[in-house]
Design a protein around this ligand. Structure first.
Ligand code: HEM
Length: 386
């Protein structure tokens, strides 16, 4: 939980050293936050999938002080709910995000990726993070999320603050996203429509509508996740490819399937650094005694480099198969946007591959240096015709 450890990206060397000692470690952060760091793949998978033992209702992000304090929003948005409410909340929106539903956004994703990259090319280059990766996810998903073009900048700013490591900043960001949807709710009750709010307004659970609080909190859950994660996988992927010209050339020459490349780039970038759970009963995890009430943080990026599961884990192997990475979680809370992330990354990669341009780094990439969602905040590139 020390942001300084993330200045050069995720702290893989520290996690490797920890994994060599064992998969589960007791930690007390400088701020007083106490938790078990789960760094091995098998133990991480168990924590993510055994929801009866490891609840999400005490929060899924570590807190600076007391991880066991009651969590606002618990049980009222998918990521913070256990069954049966989790099943009902997720069912209310799931049809918007099925592989078939998001395939309808593929053409838009291709068009947005093409247009952002042509702008970059026209200028001879720029910052891939601010000019492309940060704009791309919301430009593709805005209509689905019920955000008109003139509000995209406001939501982009609020969702970015919502994932700030400083709690005050994060609370302010979530507040602004929720107020936005609360206001929208007032104007939408009579004509629900086909977007996120429409799905939530027409949903029924046990014959009853969802409460306004659940609707607004679920919008917050989805909109923050939708806008602030894929950007890091997109820019982290480009950096990884530019740093490995032979791998990049093999992908551009069509020697590697885009689908397997996407999975490996997801394993590689892992922007959601950790996912927290709280034990509801005493249990043993990989030989370690865990007590009811203990917080556990699954470090997904560390699990993705576990050499007992991934051969040559520190190499980018675009045709890696199988690739059971935990970047998108596992079990019942498995990322709702998984199919959409793949559609977006495919559009971006295909456009990067087909463009008759050469991209090169002009300055070292800059990392956003946080332990909540880590990724690049700048990736200066030149773009020249080939
Ligand atoms: C590369 C991009 C993404 C990454 C790395 C990512 C990662 C994750 C992870 C690790 C989880 C599991 C959380 C947990 O178990 O507590 C999750 C859940 C979730 N993600 Fe994503 N996500 C991404 C993109 C998206 C997008 C584009 C959406 C938009 C719909 C989205 C919506 C959600 C939602 C709503 C959940 C909660 C699901 C539930 O609790 O049932 N994510 N994501």
């Amino acid at each position: 939980m020390d942001s300084a450890l993330y200045v050069d990206g995720n702290p893989y060397e520290i996690w490797r050293a920890m994994r060599e000692i064992g998969p589960v470690h007791h930690q007390v952060a400088a701020t007083g936050s106490e938790f078990w760091a789960v760094v091995g793949h098998e133990a991480s998978h168990r924590v993510l999938t055994e929801w009866k033992t490891f609840t999400s209702t005490r929060g899924t992000t570590l807190r600076e002080d007391d991880n066991s304090a009651p969590y606002p929003g618990a049980g009222k948005m998918p990521v913070l709910a256990d069954p049966p409410r989790h099943t009902e909340l997720r069912r209310a929106v799931a049809r918007l995000f099925t592989p078939r539903a998001v395939e309808k956004l593929a053409a838009l994703a291709q068009q947005v990726a093409g247009s952002l990259l042509s702008d970059l090319r026209r200028r001879g280059g720029g910052d891939f993070v601010t000019d492309v990766a940060a704009k791309f996810p919301l430009a593709v998903q805005a209509e689905l999320l019920g955000i008109p073009p003139e509000d995209i900048a406001l939501i982009s700013d609020a969702t970015s603050r919502a994932l700030d490591a400083a709690e005050d900043e994060a609370v302010g960001g979530h507040h602004d996203v929720m107020m936005y949807y609360l206001n929208a709710l007032g104007t939408r009750r009579d004509g629900p429509g086909k977007d996120l709010l429409g799905a939530l307004l027409s949903a029924r659970a046990g014959g009853l509508p969802l409460t306004d609080e659940e609707i607004v909190l679920t919008c917050d859950n989805i909109v923050v996740a939708a806008s602030q994660t894929a950007r890091h996988s997109a820019s982290g992927s480009l950096l990884a490819l530019l740093e490995r010209p032979a791998v990049w050339a093999a992908l551009r020459n069509g020697q590697i399937s885009i689908d397997s490349a996407i999975e490996e780039l997801l394993r590689w970038t892992a922007p959601v650094t950790h996912v927290m759970r709280t034990a509801v009963t005493d249990t043993e995890l990989a030989g370690t005694q865990i007590h009811a009430g203990d917080a556990l943080a699954v470090w997904t990026a560390s699990a993705n480099r576990d050499r007992t599961v991934f051969k040559d884990p520190d190499d980018l192997v675009l045709d890696r198969h199988p690739n059971p990475h935990l970047t998108l979680g596992a079990g019942m809370h498995f990322c709702l946007g998984a199919a959409l992330v793949r559609v977006m990354l495919r559009a971006l990669l295909e456009n990067l591959i087909s463009a008759d341009t050469s991209l090169a780094l002009t300055n070292p990439a800059g990392w956003n240096s946080t332990w909540v969602v880590n990724g690049l905040n700048s990736l200066p590139v030149t773009v020249t015709p080939t």
